[in-house]
Design a protein around this ligand. Structure first.
Ligand SMILES: NC(=O)c1ccc[n+]([C@@H]2O[C@H](COP(=O)([O-])OP(=O)(O)OC[C@H]3O[C@@H](n4cnc5c(N)ncnc54)[C@H](OP(=O)(O)O)[C@@H]3O)[C@@H](O)[C@H]2O)c1
Length: 193
């Protein structure tokens, strides 16, 4: 679908994992180590429906620099970092943008519009907050880490009447999982239009 400005609408999806107090980070890192949860995250953000397509990953600057060593580069992805401070993309990143709307324009207008399939918002807090309010945002993947962790960064509140928890969702196991003694459950919240 093209808008008046020639923008091709793209699905915007958030993906995060939050513990009992909705914490997502501590001291610039994840507060837990759950490799199978991290693999789920990587599988989702790198999945494309056709060879040659790519997803645009939108990162806050701190989240980018908190990415564990060896994770990047990732298949089928381009990376944009939101920052007002950096003047050029750091190694392994593709673009920088000064705000969220600029990143959405990057994905939805030429030259990238025919290449990009999905815009995945990787965090942190302010990036999630802006993304969930965008009209193109349709899904929030939010793993429930069923444990208490000390956190200093939190997933933003959202209206669970607007984003409704799905009891089942394609490609998402619904059973409670456990690894390293931590129980967790994948969840998907879908926007009701
Ligand atoms: N559990 C999870 O799923 C998950 C996911 C992501 C991150 N995390 C954790 O969360 C923490 C990092 O998140 P955070 O919220 O502290 O920081 P962040 O959002 O990753 O980075 C903040 C910086 O990003 C830039 N930025 C953010 N929003 C922007 C916007 N709308 N427009 C322009 N620039 C924007 C600014 O950079 P400048 O200062 O350069 O302008 C800002 O100072 C880490 O602990 C990380 O491990 C956890």
């Amino acid at each position: 679908m093209s808008g008046q400005d020639g923008a091709q609408r793209k699905p915007i999806r958030l993906i995060a994992a939050a513990c009992n107090n909705m914490g997502i980070g501590k001291d610039g890192r994840l507060p837990w180590s759950i490799p199978s949860e991290f693999k789920f995250f990587l599988d989702k953000i790198t999945a494309v429906s056709k060879p040659g397509k790519k997803n645009l990953l939108v990162w806050g600057r701190y989240t980018w620099f908190s990415c564990p060593e060896g994770v990047l580069p990732l298949a089928n992805t381009l990376h944009v970092i939101l920052t007002k401070k950096l003047r050029s993309p750091p190694e392994l990143a593709d673009y920088i943008c000064e705000d969220f709307d600029e990143a959405i324009r990057l994905a939805s207008q030429p030259p990238l519009s025919d290449l990009i399939e999905t815009i995945w918002v990787i965090g942190g807090t302010e990036v999630y907050r802006e993304a969930m309010e965008h009209p193109w945002c349709d899904l929030i993947y939010l793993t429930d880490i069923m444990a208490d962790f000390d956190c200093d960064v939190f997933f933003p509140d959202f209206d669970r009447n607007i984003y409704r928890k799905q009891s089942r969702f394609p490609g998402v196991p619904h059973e409670i999982q456990e690894e390293n003694g931590i129980k967790f459950q994948f969840q998907v919240f879908k926007k009701m239009c």
